[in-house]
Every structure is written in C-alpha cells, then in structure tokens.
Design a protein around this ligand. Structure first.
Ligand code: AOF
Ligand code: ZN
Length: 329
C-alpha cells in the first residue's frame, strides 16, 4: 500500500469525529508496520485526546524503528486542553511520521514538524494535501479567517423560480435531489442555517433523515435560525422535537425575555447578537458560533439553506465559500 492509501484511511477515521470536535480539527492516525496497519485511532471529541495520543495510549505501543505513523494533520506541539502530540511521539520512540497538511493553528503551524525533525524523526508530507484540506476546510477557515466555511444551498426551477408567484412555497427538488442534499450537504456541515421566514412558512425539520440517519456521523448537525425579532412559533418542529437541544435561535439584543426563557427551558440555545442595519452583525455572529462556551463547543461549517433574503444577506456581506444550486423540474 502506498502513502496515499494510508492517508485516506486517516481521513476516513478523522471524519468519524464530525459533529463532536467542536471548533477543532477532525484528525485520524494509523500506525504502519511492514506495510500493514497495526493500530488506528481518531480525535473523537472536543477536549478528548488527540488522534496520535489516543492511538499510542490505546494500544500500549512499543516502538519499532521501522514503524510509520500517518496522521492527516501535522502533530501539535502546544499544550492546549491536552498535552502536545509531539511529546508522546518522541517519548514512544516513533521514528517516522507522515502528515497530510500543515496545521493552520498559529500555535502549531510548522512548529510541530520542526520539533520532531530536530529530535531526529524523519517527517514526510504533505501527502494527499488537497483531500486533507477539503475535510478540514471548516477548521482552516475558523483558524485563518475567524469564521466558519459557508456553503449556500439554493434550489430553483429551470425557469429560475424559487416560490409560486403569490409567494407561497413551491416544492422544487425531486426526492432524489433531497436525498443528495441530506447525504452530501447536510451531513457534511456542522450546522444548517435558515431565516425564520423559512420556519414560519415550511416548518422544516432540518435534519439528516434522508441520508439514512446520521450517515456515519455520531452527532446531528446544529440547526441555526436567524430571527432578529424572535418571531419563531413555539410550536415549530425545530423547537419541539427531540433534537431541540441542537437548535440555536439567533436573535437581537434586548428582545422577548419571556420567550427566550421559555425556549431555554426546553433546552433550545438562544444567542443574542447585535444588528447592523436590518441584518445581524456577521463578524459578531461568527465569533459567537466559533467560540466554545459551556456545553457548546463551537462549529466550523455552515450550510445556508435560505430563504432568498438570507442568501442575499450572505452574498452582500461576501460571507460565502461555496454555492450549490439544485435545479428542479
Ligand atoms: C493533533 N492531533 O488529533 C488534533 C489536533 O484544544 P486542544 O488542546 O484540543 O488543541 C486544539 C488544537 O490542536 C487545534 O486547533 C489543532 O491545532 C490541534 N488539533 N492536533 O496533533 C489531533 N485534533
Ligand atoms: Zn495533538
């Protein structure tokens, strides 16, 4: 097997952490001896051991100087919520490390590679860099731009319509396109975002049921509702169903204290963000969404599903990385 194959295995393992790693990276590691994987692990959650440490601790690893450790992110060299990965790599005498991409976190950013090399470890990489950066695009965006990776999902008819002429909702996508958007868009994002108008008109579930459940992920994506004047009906699915603790209502300051208390009593999160004109101050919103606080560990990617006012607000603010347009009949 070649280096790319082992790196792909790391990426597969890394993705098992999706939805649980908060504002951190998805990281997987494998240890290869004589061309075969003898141990593997991944970073399973915010504050939990990093992939490399998890691997060597779980398998009570005894080093063999030919063994190669593959990891999709450069091993860290900082003391954060857990000790540096470089420390345990050196401690256990691992002599060969292959990494997928340099860590964009300024606390690491090449220094992990340097520490290992200075201590006589043969470090090779980046390997499969584009794939590694694609998986962790949200993490890279948060660390380098201070905001999540933003994908806009639009649906429209071939003629370009998004609603009936009287403004009432129009079912545009086919069942197959709905499966596609649950499987390849919703399950790939930490959060699904809509404006409150969409909740009022469609009462969507904003879940991943059509992906066959969570499609390999262990935690459902958050559901973010932009609601400046707190118009959300208390009977809406997103604030009554059994996933309501994954709903975040974003509203403006000094608004509807009683309604906020009612929502919070149900386990719904309410974030108060100042307005900038008629839209939310996006840098403030990004800060709140990407910063861990209490039980909320932050997010790194958002799928914006509409409606049209919400798309426009993101476009005008230049806050978008990718746009996917599903064209219906
Ligand atoms: C690794 N292996 O599995 C992960 C790494 O707050 P902490 O201590 O968890 O540190 C988070 C930072 O550590 C994160 O920004 C990134 O630089 C690195 N994540 N590094 O070697 C891992 N998850
Ligand atoms: Zn680490």
């Amino acid at each position: 097997m070649n280096e790319e194959c082992f790196m792909h295995r790391c990426l597969h393992l890394a993705a098992l952490g999706r939805g649980n790693v908060g504002n951190g990276a998805m990281v997987g590691a494998v240890l290869v001896r004589h061309g075969s994987i003898i141990a593997e692990a991944y970073h399973s959650g915010f504050g939990k051991p990093h992939a490399e440490r998890e691997l060597v601790e779980k398998f009570e690893y005894n080093s063999n100087s030919d063994d190669v450790l593959y990891v999709n992110l450069e091993p860290c060299c900082h003391r954060g919520k857990t000790p540096p990965c470089t420390e345990i790599i050196l401690e256990r005498g691992i002599k060969h490390v292959v990494f997928g991409m340099v860590d964009p976190d300024p606390r690491v950013s090449g220094k992990g590679i340097e520490v290992l090399r200075k201590n006589g470890v043969d470090v090779r990489g980046p390997v499969s860099r584009a794939l590694c950066e694609r998986l962790n695009r949200g993490f890279i965006s948060v660390r380098t731009k201070g905001r999540p990776w933003i994908t806009l999902k639009r649906v429209q008819t071939k003629a370009g319509a998004i609603a009936n002429p009287d403004g009432t909702p129009l079912k545009i996508t086919s069942p197959e396109q709905d499966v596609l958007s649950h499987t390849f868009l919703r399950t790939q994002s930490d959060a699904i975002l809509v404006g409150v108008g969409t909740i009022i008109s469609d009462d969507p579930r904003l879940d991943v049921r059509l992906a066959g459940g969570l499609n390999g992920r262990l935690a459902a994506p958050y559901r973010i509702i932009l609601d400046p004047t707190l118009r959300i009906p208390l009977s809406s699915r997103v604030v009554t169903d059994d996933q309501r603790q994954k709903t975040i209502i974003v509203t403006s300051n000094d608004i509807g204290r009683e309604k906020i208390a009612e929502l919070q009593d149900r386990g719904v999160m309410v974030f108060q963000i100042p307005l900038n004109g008629k839209n939310f101050d996006l840098p403030e919103l990004w800060k709140k969404l990407t910063t861990p606080s209490g039980e909320f560990h932050g997010i790194t990617s958002v799928l914006v599903e509409g409606g049209s006012k919400t798309w426009e607000a993101f476009r005008e603010a230049g806050s978008l990385d990718e746009e996917v347009v599903l064209v219906g009949a």
